[in-house]
Design a protein around this ligand. Structure first.
Ligand code: NAD
Ligand code: UDP
Length: 334
């Protein structure tokens, strides 16, 4: 099938592009490069042995999106494009709603006009907010704690209404937990601008000497060892989840939301221990105050993913550490 990946040059989109192409799909990328580097296209080409068409455009540019949908005879869209930094969304909510909600509405309008009604949407575990119980299953109450999370929930609600209004739509919202790792080649991965917010890229930069040490945000939580617990999923498992979602939608109309996680929480110390094992040395770390707004622990129920997407085999945290370390050490941006 011909599949359009909005935000396809980004961290998750680039891995999905590789997985889908290797499975025989024809992939087209559309990205405005607001949070990605054009050199990713060359690196994808190195992995695949051929280049993928990429249109530099904003998803809100409806004329270009319409042209791309028609010209490439797109059969399904995976909508990754969006902004994703929680802190930034609190400081600048309008740009988050404009990109994430307005951008999505524009895309869905064009898809409807052209008659393309198969969609996978990048949602997030942040839609759940504070846990009433764990693991989070898909029916857990939704109460996102920041504009970023609310932008994701608003798009989910729009999509539910859209599917209710027209039975031809086939929509899967995938709620990602904590994506980590990189492609095993070390050619593509996550390279945030400036100081990373997330744990794994921060650890990788501390290990390479780019950052002096790692701050552990609190060791007095009621968790296995006092540090925060999360559900870290290898980005390649996540990418494969998108391929499974596309297959699922072939035979299932309507609207579904599915968690993409491993179902197993790991603490900051678990992740650090795995990383230190991979690189064969201890990292400098300092325990500092809890980060404001952090939850002690959350992780996914994976029951629905295993029923709908056959998701079960997960790469280990050690493999994720190995792959991100390979990416961190490679000279990918020359
Ligand atoms: P990313 O920033 O690496 O990729 C997003 C891509 O979209 C970037 O290449 C960016 O340039 C592009 N983009 C942003 N706004 C655009 C616009 N208006 N038009 C065209 N392109 C645009 O992020 P990612 O980690 O790959 O995340 C992909 C999606 O998954 C996002 O929607 C994000 O909110 C969601 N998500 C990510 C995580 C995570 O931890 N990485 C977790 C849950 C959900
Ligand atoms: N964390 C940390 N130091 C860092 C970054 C994160 O101790 O430099 C902790 C954070 O408090 C949380 C876990 O690592 O318990 C995962 O944080 P991340 O920001 O990666 O994911 P999120 O909190 O958004 O799920």
């Amino acid at each position: 099938m011909n599949i359009l990946l909005t935000g396809g040059a980004g961290y998750i989109g680039s891995h999905a592009a590789v997985v889908l192409t290797e499975a025989g799909h024809e992939v087209v990328l559309l990205d405005n490069f607001s949070n990605s580097n054009k050199s990713v296209l060359k690196r994808i080409r190195k992995i695949l042995g051929r280049s993928l068409p990429c249109i530099e455009a904003d998803v809100r540019d409806t004329d270009i999106v319409e042209r791309v949908l028609r010209e490439y005879k797109i059969g399904a869209v995976i909508h990754f494009a969006g902004l994703k930094a929680v802190g930034e969304s609190v400081a600048n909510p309008i740009s988050y709603y404009a990109n994430n909600v307005q951008g999505s509405i524009n895309l869905f309008q064009v898809m409807q006009k052209v008659g393309i009604k198969t969609l996978v949407f990048s949602s997030s575990a942040t839609v759940y907010g504070e846990p009433k119980y764990l693991p989070f299953d898909e029916d857990h109450p939704k109460n996102p704690m920041n504009p970023y999370g609310r932008s994701k929930l608003q798009v989910e609600e729009i999509l539910r209404d859209l599917a209710d209004s027209d039975s031809e739509w086939k929509i899967a919202c995938l709620r990602y937990f904590n994506p980590v790792g990189a492609h095993e080649s070390g050619l593509i991965g996550e390279d945030p601008n400036g100081i990373p917010n997330n744990l794994m890229p921060y650890v990788a930069k501390a290990a390479s000497g780019e950052l002096p040490h790692l701050n552990i945000f609190g060791d007095d939580y009621e968790t296995c060892d006092g540090t925060g617990e999360r559900d870290y999923i290898h980005v390649m498992d996540l990418a494969e989840g998108h391929m499974a979602a596309i297959s699922y939608l072939k035979n299932h109309a309507g609207f579904t939301c599915v968690n993409l996680g491993t179902g197993k929480p790991l603490s900051v110390m678990d992740l650090l221990n795995a990383f230190e094992k991979v690189i064969g040395k201890n990292l400098k770390k300092v325990v500092v105050q809890r980060r404001s707004g952090d939850l002690p622990c959350y992780y996914a129920s994976v029951e629905q993913a295993s029923i709908q997407l056959n998701g079960s085999a997960f790469r280990s945290i050690e493999i994720a550490c190995r792959d991100i370390w390979k990416f961190q050490k490679a000279d990918n941006f020359q």
